[in-house]
Design a protein around this ligand. Structure first.
Ligand code: S3P
Length: 425
């Protein structure tokens, strides 16, 4: 798809529902007693994979445009799936579902697409085995397809080597089926949607610093959930408004949970012109509107505890850094290598192709901003976040750019190009 340069972007935008929260609403609704109704659900391919897995596990789910209705079966009500469960491209589906399936009295096989089959699953296999789970990678390489035997689990305290909400949530969900309390400590705090939402459903779950702790066998009760707009999707329009001259965009109802708002903090360090309006709470999650105006950005250093709060926004932050004055250093972000693509590689290769001065490092990248970018053919390697980040880079590149396999945005933002087009002024 060709993305043409823009001289000005103006307008208002309603961002689709948060991907992480949408996944969890289906999973926890399935394990609860009674009806869970979810509005502003993200109808992206990843969340649809979660719905289809739970349908296969015997949970009736109605999927209409306006509302998802999950007729929960209770904590012990899942049924074995006749077929292999397919998580598609979704790391959240495969890792969180593994935690749930480890505690069932039946066996399951769980797989996903070519990218998922390369992503590391040892990070969940290790703690689940410590809990007594029977789980292994069926190709003998700690990758999907995963065979999960099911059975009785023990409560553990797990110290995770990575700050990963998928690992944390996997272990906490297995903890629902354990014989004792389960807790997880991570090196830095990762997104806490599991902790917030599970407690709404009635779980006894507490957090202190970087440790979350859950008691087994709660009675979970169906809920009404409104999903906030996804800050990870808002990030592309935030960057577009900042980078394209003479722009002003109002982005409505964006989730600004402090475990996810790193993009706003990093943009502030780059001297971005962003105003938060109408701050309120939806389903325990803080939300606001963001008014963003174009301005000149300065380079910054992005490192340490902020990384998990902006890990999915690093592709678009790298694009912002390429247009900023001065140098931006991104470090402590080796996790980028095990996302939907190796994002250090996909960011650096594609920004270099557009003429940016960028160098890959072992745990991030160094960007000397301010060099004009030019037309290139971008290969996002089927990674939705790379496609969207480079669509925004194209807006400010001489001659625009061509994004190959541009439809991969369907994973998290099916209407992305339509929404972007609506802002050309
Ligand atoms: C997610 C956690 C993050 C994030 C992913 C969604 C989640 O992954 O990158 O897009 O919903 O828990 P990690 O847990 O691997 O950091």
């Amino acid at each position: 798809m060709f993305i043409k340069p823009s001289r000005s972007l103006k307008g208002e935008i309603h961002i689709p529902g948060d991907k992480s929260i949408s996944h969890r609403s289906v999973m926890f609704g399935a394990l609860a007693d009674g009806l869970t109704e979810v509005t502003h659900f993200l109808h992206g391919a990843d969340c649809l994979s979660t719905i289809s897995c739970f349908k296969q596990l015997g949970v009736p789910i109605e999927n209409t445009k306006d509302c998802i209705r999950i007729y929960g079966k209770g904590l012990h009500g899942l049924r074995p799936s006749a077929a292999i469960l397919d998580a598609g491209n979704s790391g959240t589906t495969i890792r969180l579902l593994s935690g749930i399936l480890a505690g069932q009295p039946f066996a399951s096989t769980l797989t996903g697409d070519a990218s998922i089959q390369k992503r590391p699953m040892k990070r969940i296999i290790t703690p689940l085995r410590e809990m007594g789970a029977d789980i292994s990678g069926s190709s003998g390489n700690d990758c999907a397809p995963l065979q999960i035997g099911g059975g009785r689990l023990h409560g553990i305290h797990y110290t995770s080597p990575v700050a990963s909400a998928q690992v944390k949530s996997c272990v906490l969900l297995a903890g629902l089926y354990a014989d004792d309390t389960t807790s997880v400590t991570e090196p830095s705090l990762s997104r806490n949607h599991t902790e917030l939402m599970l407690s709404s459903f009635g779980a006894q779950i507490t957090s202190q610093g970087t440790t979350a702790c859950i008691c087994p066998d709660p009675k979970l009760t169906g809920q009404k959930i409104e999903v906030p707009g996804d800050i990870s999707s808002a990030a592309y329009f935030l960057a577009a408004a900042l980078l394209v001259p003479n722009s002003e965009i109002l982005i409505h109802d964006v989730g600004i949970n402090p475990t996810r708002d790193g993009i706003i903090r990093a943009a502030a360090a780059m001297q971005a012109d962003i105003t938060k309006l109408n701050e309120h709470t939806i389903s325990k999650e803080p939300v606001c509107d963001l008014l963003v105006r174009s301005c000149s950005l300065k380079g910054t250093v992005i490192e340490g505890d902020i990384i998990p709060a902006l890990i999915d926004e690093i592709p678009i932050l790298a694009v912002m850094a390429a247009f900023a004055d001065g140098t931006t250093v991104i470090k402590d972000a080796a996790e980028l290598k095990v996302k939907e693509s190796n994002r250090i590689e996909t960011i650096v290769t594609n920004l270099k192709a557009m003429g940016a001065d960028i160098t890959a490092t072992d745990d991030g990248m160094i960007i000397h901003g301010g060099k004009p970018l030019h037309h290139a053919v971008i290969d996002p390697r089927n990674d939705h976040r790379i496609a969207m980040a480079f669509a925004i880079a194209s807006l400010c590149a001489e001659g625009g750019a061509e994004i190959r396999h541009a439809e991969c945005v369907n994973i998290s933002y099916p209407k992305f190009y339509e929404d972007l087009n609506s802002l050309y002024f």
